[in-house]
Design a protein around this ligand. Structure first.
Ligand code: IDP
Ligand code: MG
Length: 155
């Protein structure tokens, strides 16, 4: 099974609404391993780097102004198929379309202010993790409960 990493951001709306604990708790309870965590303020330059694929889109100016509007929390997670697992937990982009039970489905109704970012592929995760974390800021550790939560062929 592919052990993957993903870059997760709790966006400024999640910080403002004091939902960081709730979101982190969902990630931990799902069984994903936290390997990096920090609070920071996204600059316009960082936003353009992160959202390179969206910079030329019509909605980008609004997105940049939103993502730079306040502090965010960056989380690096690791686990079997972590990218897919996180995207499923997040729900679809627009909170109005996201299924109940997902983060975006449970806590929001906006297409832009949708609380959380998660890498959409292992390749994107690698690129995005390098933007937000120095290699030395990611922790290599083995959860002692692994043998209670995952079979040996899933690790
Ligand atoms: P994703 O976060 O689900 O991967 P993307 O399409 O990659 O969605 O868009 C990145 C972010 O840009 C979204 O999470 C959302 O905050 C914002 N966004 C996406 N589409 C729109 C739009 O049409 N209008 C305004 N903001 C948008
Ligand atoms: Mg995306």
């Amino acid at each position: 099974m592919a052990m993957e990493r993903s870059l997760i951001l709790f966006k400024p709306d999640a910080v403002q609404r004091k939902l960081c604990g709730e979101l982190l708790s969902r990630i931990e309870r799902k069984g994903l391993k936290l390997i990096g965590l920090k609070m920071l303020r996204v600059t316009p330059e960082l936003s353009q780097q992160h959202y390179a694929e969206h910079v030329t889109k019509k909605f980008y100016p609004l997105l940049e102004s939103f993502i730079t509007s306040g502090p965010i929390v960056a989380v690096a997670v690791e686990g079997p198929e972590a990218v897919k697992v996180m995207r499923a937990m997040m729900g679809s982009t627009n909170g109005r379309d996201s299924a109940p039970g997902t983060i975006r489905g449970d806590f929001g109704s906006s297409r832009q202010m949708n609380l959380i970012h998660g890498s959409d592929s292992p390749e994107a995760a690698q690129r995005e993790l390098a933007i937000y974390f120095q290699p030395g800021e990611l922790q290599d550790w083995s959860p002692v409960l692994d043998d209670q939560t995952t079979a040996s062929d899933e690790r």
